[in-house]
Design a protein around this ligand. Structure first.
Ligand code: PEP
Length: 251
């Protein structure tokens, strides 16, 4: 039985002061919700406040990126060990905005995934097709390619610490949500690829989230899909009451 994981991706939103206020609100709405795991993936500068504010609660803290080198001449970058030392448990890797605006490729995503896992972080690996690729009928090929390259060299044992977020790029921040059939089919396709790489047991145990304009209104039907094990939520994770509704839907 896979546990659902509800993760908020704040993107470049909220100051440390706003983080403190948000965490207090979220604590109130997420209390006694033990039916799913709750993660907030915050900007680097908010990590300290988020970790401090969530101590002793069921809310975990994630970062939104990590570098693949342990240290060195990489101005502006953050290593896995730095994140761990700050109390971070999860890290989002390969988000479509990183791929689109910051030149992230499947090869650099793979390097980051391996570095994060080797250091002991849990990875939320984002994959997803462009609108054009869906129209061209190559969604399965794109998801297969991304999954295979992004996970190259990752062992079955390490897969216990990998969550895959299926995020169709056309649905991120657009208000255009995938239908339940599209989300379930794509998450099922990814599970099939995991099965071909690692075997059925690992595939059955891997958490595969849906992400892309999930909100308080559509969360319950998306989360009810057999292959959807939670959500990676952008916009709707910035308001504690809305995020709380999504957490409730996953219980
Ligand atoms: C995201 O940032 O991963 C995301 C899914 O954003 P939104 O929920 O705003 O579409």
């Amino acid at each position: 039985m896979r546990r659902k994981v509800i993760a908020g991706n704040w993107k470049m939103n909220k100051t440390p002061t706003e983080t403190k206020l948000f965490v207090e609100e979220l604590k109130a709405v997420s209390q006694n919700k033990n039916g799913c795991d709750i993660v907030i993936c915050v900007p680097f500068v908010d990590i300290a406040c988020a970790v401090e504010g969530t101590k002793g609660t069921n809310i975990k803290v994630g970062a939104q990126n990590v570098h693949f080198a342990p240290s060195g001449a990489y101005t502006g970058e953050i290593s896995a060990q730095m994140l761990l030392d700050c109390g971070v448990e999860y890290v989002v890797i390969g988000h479509s905005e990183r791929r689109q605006y910051f030149g992230e490729t499947d090869e650099t995503v793979n390097a980051r995934v391996k570095a994060a896992l080797e250091a002991g972080l849990k990875v939320i690996l984002c994959i997803g097709e462009l609108e054009k690729e869906r129209e061209q009928g190559i969604t399965a090929e794109i998801l297969g390619k991304q999954t295979k390259i992004d996970l190259l060299g990752v062992t079955a044992e390490q897969m216990k610490n990998v969550i895959i977020a299926y995020e169709p790029v056309w649905a991120i921040g657009t208000g255009k949500t995938a239908t339940t059939a599209q989300a379930d089919e794509a998450c099922g396709l990814v599970r099939g690829v995991i099965s071909s790489l690692y075997g059925k047991e690992t595939a059955e145990n891997t958490i595969i989230q849906y992400g892309g304009s999930m909100n308080a209104k559509n969360a319950s039907e998306l989360l009810a899909c057999v292959n959807v094990d939670g959500g990676l939520i952008g916009g709707a994770s910035l308001k504690a009451p809305d995020f709380g509704v999504i957490i409730n839907a996953a219980q």
